[in-house]
Design a protein around this ligand. Structure first.
Ligand SMILES: *[C@@H]1O[C@H](CO)[C@@H](O)[C@H](O)[C@H]1NC(C)=O
Ligand SMILES: *[C@@H]1O[C@H](CO)[C@@H](O)[C@H](O)[C@H]1NC(C)=O
Ligand SMILES: *[C@@H]1O[C@H](CO)[C@@H](O)[C@H](O)[C@H]1NC(C)=O
Ligand SMILES: *[C@@H]1O[C@H](CO)[C@@H](O)[C@H](O)[C@H]1NC(C)=O
Length: 452
């Protein structure tokens, strides 16, 4: 046996010697072949470029399915003692036909409103947050305390959250009854503090964690897993680079919530919606009054936006503006059926909030965006999600949406927009409440006893 193996081996190696030169050419050629096959497979599996003839409604469905979050909570509705019989039922049931699939699309804005309402009541009753205390005399009071003015600008969400939280009924003075601990530093304000600046943020966060983990017992108890911070500016994504435990364990509530970033973990972290602050009742314009198909305005600061301008820059129905508008922004949003949210430097911009406020159906072109409240809201019921690769198909996709389907999407836009507004103090189901609910879903249910 051994001898025959040796014989085969020596035969093979002699053969290999004689063929070595041919192999030398074969390796790169076959590598190239495999790579191109892989690329073609990737394109065909992520894009609709090859399936142009699909009926419009289904096309929309396949597009959005890349962001089809199963309502995690609905799993709880299967009684545990009956899981196996339910599973058996699932396996026996015949495959759904195309028609059935078409009608089984969930048009409700919540994945499951009953479960949401039930959990929401629990949260309102029992959720408690402890904020590390700082006084007005703290040299970094400007960073650690809430702002005393109405937040403004693109990153207002961060300031709003803290301002509303400190005044809310979720606050407890007793750390022993807290579910979560809030790290009150503001990344946006650190960025503008001349003592810190963009380059000093990482050191500040590291020092802050050092300080609280030495002065209090709570951080060490869980390695920070029951702590959270809130940040809207995308500079936040590197702010934790010198505080690994914050990145790996704490709940990061951030606007730049991208699956593509190595510092964001969708199951642990939370998307903070980026919302331009607006007061008062939002206006309502019926679908019939909207005479333009789709609108976008913004600086062309990313390859995705460049592609958009390249393909649709001169189109009469797809209105793409680069730079400043001559007409009022609100008017443009009010007269369009669809409004584009296109990835810029980061996946997030305030445009989703803008579109919702003005009753325009958002079209999201930002691959890997962990959309705000995606584990609560059914984004397919009030938006259209288009992968970057399908920008050339944009007009076909949007024109394929019937008047009735657009009306349904728009009605749902009007239903969800209350969740994309800040109020001080907060009102039921507003942006603050929804972020709190997402935090509630991520709180730990296991609590290690303190030995003090
Ligand atoms: C378990 O599931 C089966 C099939 O779905 C159902 O007929 C039965 O009543 C269930 N039993 C219990 C205890 O829920
Ligand atoms: C940490 O504590 C020291 C000593 O009290 C203080 O000087 C410093 O400003 C604190 N740093 C942070 C980031 O909180
Ligand atoms: C927390 O852990 C650090 C590092 O292990 C330690 O130096 C510190 O004293 C601990 N804090 C408390 C309050 O025990
Ligand atoms: C749009 O039109 C302008 C002026 O006619 C032309 O210079 C430009 O190349 C066109 N762009 C595209 C994307 O077709």
């Amino acid at each position: 046996m051994t001898r025959s193996l040796v014989l085969i081996y020596s035969l093979l190696s002699r053969r290999r010697l004689s063929e070595s030169r041919r192999t030398l050419f074969l390796i790169p050629t076959s590598l190239a072949l495999v790579t191109s096959l892989a690329i073609i497979f990737y394109i065909s599996s992520t894009s609709n470029l090859f399936t142009n003839q699909t009926p419009p409604l289904l096309l929309k469905h396949t597009i959005s399915s890349s962001l089809n979050y199963p309502p995690t909570n609905s799993l709880l509705t299967i009684p545990l003692n009956n899981v196996s019989s339910n599973l058996a039922n699932l396996q026996e049931s015949p495959r759904l036909s195309t028609t059935q699939l078409r009608y089984s699309v969930n048009n409700e804005v919540f994945h499951d409103k009953d479960i949401f309402m039930e959990n929401y009541k629990d949260m309102s009753r029992s959720f408690k947050i402890y904020i590390y205390p700082h006084s007005e005399d703290d040299p970094f009071a400007n960073v650690l305390l809430p702002v005393d003015f109405e937040p403004t600008g693109n990153y207002a969400s961060e300031s709003y959250f803290k301002k509303v939280l400190v005044k809310s009924h979720f606050i407890t003075e007793d750390p022993l009854e807290a579910d979560l601990f809030f790290l009150p530093f503001s990344i946006a304000r650190l960025r503008h503090d001349p003592r810190v600046g963009i380059n000093g943020i990482q050191d500040f966060v590291r020092d802050y964690i050092f300080n609280i983990s030495h002065s209090y017992p709570f951080w060490n108890r869980t390695g920070g897993a029951d702590h959270f911070y809130v940040a809207c500016h995308s500079i936040g994504r590197s702010a934790m680079d010198k505080a690994d435990e914050v990145k790996l364990n704490a709940i990061q509530v951030v606007c730049s919530s991208s699956y593509f970033l190595s510092s964001y973990y969708a199951h642990k972290d939370v998307c903070l919606p980026q919302i331009w602050p607006r007061q008062g009742e939002p206006p309502k314009i019926a679908p019939t009054k909207r005479n333009r198909l789709v609108f976008f305005a913004g600086s062309i600061n990313s390859p995705v936006r460049e592609k958009l301008v390249e393909v649709w820059g001169n189109d009469s129905e797809i209105s793409v503006h680069s730079g400043r508008l001559k007409t009022p922004y609100a008017e443009e949003l009010l007269r369009s059926k669809f409004c584009l949210h296109v990835k810029g430097f980061e996946v997030n911009t305030a445009r989703i909030g803008d579109a919702l406020y003005y009753g325009c159906v958002p079209v999201i072109i930002a691959n890997h965006y962990d959309l705000p409240f995606a584990d609560i809201l059914n984004w397919k019921s009030f938006s259209v999600i288009v992968p970057t690769l399908d920008i050339p198909l944009l007009k076909q996709v949007l024109k394929g949406i019937t008047f009735n389907d657009h009306s349904r999407l728009q009605r749902n836009v009007l239903k969800v927009r209350e969740h994309f507004q800040w109020h001080t103090p907060s009102v039921t189901f507003d942006a603050f409440d929804m972020v709190m609910y997402d935090l509630w879903l991520r709180r730990s249910s296991v609590r290690v006893r303190l030995t003090i």
